[in-house]
Design a protein around this ligand. Structure first.
Ligand SMILES: [Zn+2]
Length: 156
């Protein structure tokens, strides 16, 4: 590894030609030579990617581990014509629940956007909350897709 010294980028981000040894500007297009991604930035990106894979695996294992066909719903749910919706939409129970959760998360993201913003810090915080809501929505939809695949292969 040659990460000990603060390394510079190997190739020009503008034109793609390789930088000459020790040069600070591109010999081809004259662009400034940027610093390469630091080792810590690289490991951060790898950690985030690893975390995402872990979350997807976790969601999948939790979702597929639940015996959905055995789940009994409280009677008040029948007032929502849950089973009617289910058969009409053609989704399995699990993926319908995941779909509803996903919609709720998107609604949450939109509602957060309606909060009055006074400062830039507020705005940044809201963007952060929004990203989390949308991440949750994505996870719910992924779960729904996985459930749909499962149920169609089982002929549930
Ligand atoms: Zn260049």
């Amino acid at each position: 590894m040659r990460e000990a010294t603060p390394s510079l980028a190997d190739a020009c981000p503008r034109c793609g030609s390789e930088f000459l040894l020790g040069s600070h500007f591109c010999h081809s297009c004259g662009g400034r030579r940027p610093e390469a991604l630091s080792a810590s930035a690289k490991t951060d990106a790898a950690a985030v990617a690893g975390l995402w894979v872990k979350i997807v695996h976790r969601v999948r294992s939790v979702v597929t581990g639940i015996p959905w066909h055995k789940v009994k719903f409280p009677s008040w749910l029948q007032y929502l014509h849950f089973h009617e919706i289910k058969s009409r939409v053609g989704l399995s129970t699990g993926s319908l629940i995941a779909f509803v959760i996903g919609l709720a998360c998107i609604a949450g993201a939109l509602l957060v956007g309606l909060l009055t913003v006074k400062t830039l810090v507020d705005w940044q915080a809201i963007q952060f909350y929004r990203a989390e809501w949308l991440l949750a929505a994505t996870a719910a939809f992924v779960a729904g897709i996985l459930l749909k695949k499962n149920s169609s292969s089982d002929h549930d």
